[in-house]
Design a protein around this ligand. Structure first.
Ligand SMILES: Nc1ncnc2c1ncn2[C@@H]1O[C@H](COP(=O)(O)OP(=O)(O)OP(=O)(O)O)[C@@H](O)[C@H]1O
Ligand SMILES: [Mg+2]
Length: 274
């Protein structure tokens, strides 16, 4: 199992610093979720962990080795990333897109093999995209497109998988389907998953470890049941809320304050259950 960590990481664009002297150790074999307000630097941090963005200062270590000194294909065999809102070339089919996930395993002497084909088929099956494999990616709905990109990430068959908002555009069923899939990959195969999610309640349900980012730094990190508090939500999202408990999973549920209909009397309401 591979380890991933960063030391004294400072990230930014031009003269603007977005992440300042941050240290992080991604727990091996667990699901970690980055949370934080829009523009706080979650994608910047995730992209730098995958070496898509060069740090201003600091180092990122994969199995104790500086990723800055590693070959791209070596990194890509160990770690895959699904960036936020990726764009595919016009007319590219789902199959052609997902096939690119096998790139790290190919070379002039190592041509397309049955192993590659099987990995692509498995990835398409697990995201329920096999029936759409010959469709052009740009002709798909937002949710189908997102699942095609997730298939590409899975076809890479890496121990560490980074995903930036993998549930964006997905309806409720497909959100749970994708998060369940990632949960199974972690539970059954021990994959380390790091993702950015905006839904605090789903983050609390699926993550073993949450990292809250604010003011260029880690505001707090730990198990959702230990760190998701009204104070955290207030500080990180500038939102007052109540924290209650998920009736099925027992994980924290955030009920944001604000306006909305109130239905009385509550005690007479039927609680829907299946
Ligand atoms: N390529 C870039 N060039 C210049 N500034 C950038 C670039 N990419 C991001 N930024 C800026 O860096 C800051 C952090 O962006 P980032 O995308 O990491 O935020 P985020 O936490 O992922 O936000 P969101 O929740 O909206 O996805 C923002 O102010 C953004 O405008
Ligand atoms: Mg982002």
């Amino acid at each position: 199992m591979h380890s991933l960590s960063a030391e004294n990481l400072t990230l930014g664009y031009g003269d603007t610093v977005i992440i300042d002297d941050l240290n992080i150790e991604v727990p091996k074999g667990e699901i970690t979720v980055f949370i934080g307000g829009n523009g706080c630097g979650k994608s910047t941090l995730l992209r730098s962990l995958a070496r898509l963005l060069k740090p201003k200062t600091g180092d990122i270590y994969l199995n104790g080795e500086e990723i800055a000194k590693m070959k791209s294909k070596e990194i890509a065999k160990k770690m895959a990333i699904l960036p936020q809102s990726p764009v595919s070339p016009e007319g590219l089919t789902v199959y052609e897109l997902v096939k690119q996930g096998r790139h790290p395993y190919r070379s002039l002497i190592k041509q397309w093999s049955k192993k590659d084909e099987d990995a692509v088929t498995r990835a398409l099956e697990s995201t329920n995209m096999l029936h759409l494999k010959d469709r052009a990616v740009d002709s798909l709905s937002g949710g189908q497109r997102q699942r095609a990109w997730i298939s590409l990430t899975l076809a890479q068959e890496t121990d560490i998988i980074l995903l930036d908002e993998p549930t964006t555009y997905l309806d409720m069923t497909h959100q749970i389907e994708i998060l369940d899939l990632l949960y199974d990959l972690n539970e059954q195969k021990g994959h380390t998953i790091v993702m950015v999610l905006h839904d605090l309640n789903l983050a609390s349900r699926y993550a073993h470890h949450i990292v809250a980012v604010k003011d260029k730094q880690v505001y707090s990190q730990g198990r959702p049941e230990d760190i998701i508090t009204c104070q955290l939500v207030k500080d990180v999202f500038q939102m007052n809320c109540n924290i209650t408990c998920d009736p099925i999973f027992g994980t924290p549920v955030c009920v944001p304050h604000g306006k909305g209909r109130t239905v009385y009397p509550r005690q007479n309401q039927k609680v829907a259950s299946i």
